[in-house]
Write a protein that binds this ligand. Sequence first.
Ligand code: HEC
Ligand code: HEC
Length: 262
Amino acid sequence: MGAPKTVLLTIAALGLAGAAAGALVVYGGLYNVAATVQHTQPVYSLLETAMHQSVKLRARNIETPKLDDELLVMRGAACFRDKCVQCHGAPGVAQGDIGKSMQPLPGPLVDARHHWKPRELYWLTKHGIKMSGMPAWEYRLSEEELWSVVAFLARLPDLTPQQYAEATRFDATGAQGASTGSACGAAPDGASVRVGDADRGKRALHQYACSACHTIPGVTSSSPHVGPPLAGIGGAPSLPESWPTRPTTWCAGCGIQKRSIR
Ligand code: HEC
Ligand code: HEC
């Protein structure tokens, strides 16, 4: 048998053994998915590196606006207090129970500006991180609010607990205090709504959690059956009469009244 043939056979055998080992791990349930058990260091390092490289690549063409505007930073402080602190904590504020119990653990963002460029922080905040629990804020915060959070993250490392408390006394409109409730994330982002943008619509169906209950063609999910499948819903001005009548008449997710759309 020639040397090249031996090499090829060895590679094929190794490939098969690798596939068999992979199948054993997946179908044998060998990888522990418990959040109480940490990833091993090699798995953790591999995932972190892949995440960093992925963010760098995707954020490379984003243009960063002027971020040293004091009002923008104040607005970012209010958004950070309302949307980020429960998981990431802040100077003088411990992260909440949800943040503490996650795997991977959401780090304090005080050193974020050393690891990431502003455009990467914007990308991370807007799109979130798959399989980590870092939410995507694209449909929750306006463009300006997203950048305001980035502006605030650049300031965060310089703040003492007292200064942080002072900076977050105001809500996103500049009015006094958490007691009045913040307007961060309340303003719909009219500028980014484009009529007939099917791709954005598809992302919205996921971002508004419709796919948690409805099986929707083209939207990856666990094919749930809590609500009826939404196939063909876009083209249908009224729903098929054959639709089984359920005891409830409301869509639990969006509050559409069934009779009103029939
Ligand atoms: C529900 C919990 C949760 C909330 C709320 C949350 N995050 Fe995260 N965040 C995470 C998790 C989990 C990670 C992943 C950590 C990892 O991969 O090491 C993460 C990672 C990040 C990272 C990357 C950090 C790094 O260096 O690894 C940034 C930046 C970030 N979040 C910003 C934000 C901002 C800004 C907000 C508020 C608008 C926010 N997060 C709200 C859970 C959360
Ligand atoms: C918590 C689960 C849940 C979520 C999330 C959810 N829905 Fe529903 N939806 C339902 C249920 C249950 C029904 C059926 C109500 C009935 O039959 O009376 C329904 C019905 C509907 C219907 C009417 C279909 C029909 O034939 O009655 C539409 C359209 C719909 N949902 C769209 C949406 C959209 C769009 C979203 C996201 C913004 C969404 N749903 C999120 C549970 C959910």
